[in-house]
Design a protein around this ligand. Structure first.
Ligand code: NAD
Ligand code: LMR
Length: 340
């Protein structure tokens, strides 16, 4: 069993990451896969934010059109479109934050791991360029299978000598699991969703998604039967959307919302805002798995502290145990891919 006691903070950031801009709210954010189902609404949400001065859109198709369209919106961020491999370096140059939703989505009957063969190579190739051009930028990887694509990205950085063992700048975006948990709890309990926070730890697929309903704030009580049902709904929520879309892809709009929330938290923290905490999937020593999502305290340098696994009840500790084989296999698959 893993510790059920809240762990003291683990400082994981020591290098001086400088927000590349000198004044407030002038970040460059790049979206790789910007023309896709997630990329377009995510880019709209980013363009609508005061936190950016430059929104850089990269894809292998349609970016001139998406960029032209967004550029007419009367907010301050300059929009640039970059098309095809030869324009990737320019797209990510001087980026503070790079969000990666490039890759294929699931169809009904598929697991996220079934996307590995296509998406592993896409993430590897994109990260080869970010490792060279903007090695210090914060990377938010959305592309599935997240449990494997994050280890792939870190292995690329190691190969390119861009890996900093004292600083974590590569994150798997698991925010949608938190967003869903908050939504479902609010619906079930008739609470204001804006005031709810449910930590979701682990990974981003099936049993590796571990909502800690016992740690929701404000506290909510469930009979075990309801807790189990709700936990399973959160774990299967991606599949719920895939089936409802019936072959037309997976979650895009809710994912764009979640990725924008992730981006805003990081950008606010980089700009000096206090107390920004977000769960994300990172390399970790919290469990036997080399990568594990936990709540992270964000700051000017990215991650200030890994807040560790919150206190859990017996049922949740069992969920962590149950997640280990799949999570470790997914991580190994990513690392093995890069050692070929
Ligand atoms: P989509 O097919 O609508 O869009 C993907 C985009 O990626 C397309 O525009 C495509 O041209 C682009 N692309 C493909 N190869 C590329 C490359 N080499 N360089 C740049 N761009 C490239 O798919 P989507 O619905 O936007 O989903 C994208 C990914 O996000 C999928 O892998 C999906 O499983 C994943 N996803 C993750 C989460 C999460 O919670 N982390 C949630 C939803 C979806
Ligand atoms: C999700 O959770 O919605 C995404 O990971 C997409 C998927 O394939 O379920």
């Amino acid at each position: 069993m893993f510790s059920r006691v809240a762990r003291p903070s683990l400082a994981i950031c020591s290098s001086a990451r400088k927000f590349s801009s000198s004044s407030q709210n002038n970040a460059k954010v790049a979206v790789l896969g910007a023309s896709g189902g997630i990329g377009q609404p995510l880019s709209l949400l980013l363009k609508n934010s005061h936190r950016l001065t430059h929104l850089s859109l990269y894809d292998v198709m349609h970016t001139p059109g998406v960029a032209a369209d967004l550029s007419h919106i009367s907010t301050k961020a300059k929009v640039t479109g970059h098309l095809g491999e030869e324009q990737l370096a320019d797209a990510v140059k001087d980026a503070d934050l790079v969000l990666i939703p490039a890759g294929v989505p699931r169809k009904p009957g598929m697991t996220r791991d079934d996307l590995f063969n296509t998406n592993a190579g896409i993430v590897r190739d994109l990260c080869s360029v970010t490792a060279e051009v903007c090695p210090n930028a914060i990377l938010g990887i959305i592309t599935n299978p997240v449990n494997s694509t994050v280890p792939i990205a870190e292995e690329v950085y190691k190969k390119k000598n861009a890996f900093n063992e004292n600083r974590i700048n590569i994150f798997g975006v698991t925010t949608l699991d938190v967003v869903r948990a908050n939504t479902f709890v609010a619906e079930l309990k008739g609470l204001d969703v804006d005031k709810i926070n449910v930590p979701v730890i682990g990974g981003h697929s099936g049993v590796t998604i571990i909502p800690l309903l016992s740690q929701a704030t404000p506290a909510v009580a469930f009979p075990q039967e309801d807790r189990t049902r709700l936990t399973e709904r959160i774990q299967n929520a991606g599949t719920e959307v895939v089936e409802a879309k019936a072959g037309a892809g997976s979650a895009t709009l809710s994912m764009a919302f979640a990725a924008a929330r992730f981006a805003y938290k990081f950008l606010d923290a980089l700009n000096g805002a206090d107390n920004k905490v977000e769960c994300a999937y990172i390399r970790s020593t919290e469990t036997p798995a080399a990568y594990f999502a936990t709540p992270l305290l964000l700051g000017k340098n990215g991650v200030e502290k890994n807040l560790g696994i919150p206190k859990t009840i017996e049922y949740e500790a069992e969920l962590i145990e149950k997640a280990m084989p799949e999570l470790q296999a997914n991580i190994k698959k990513g690392i093995d891919f890069m050692s070929q």
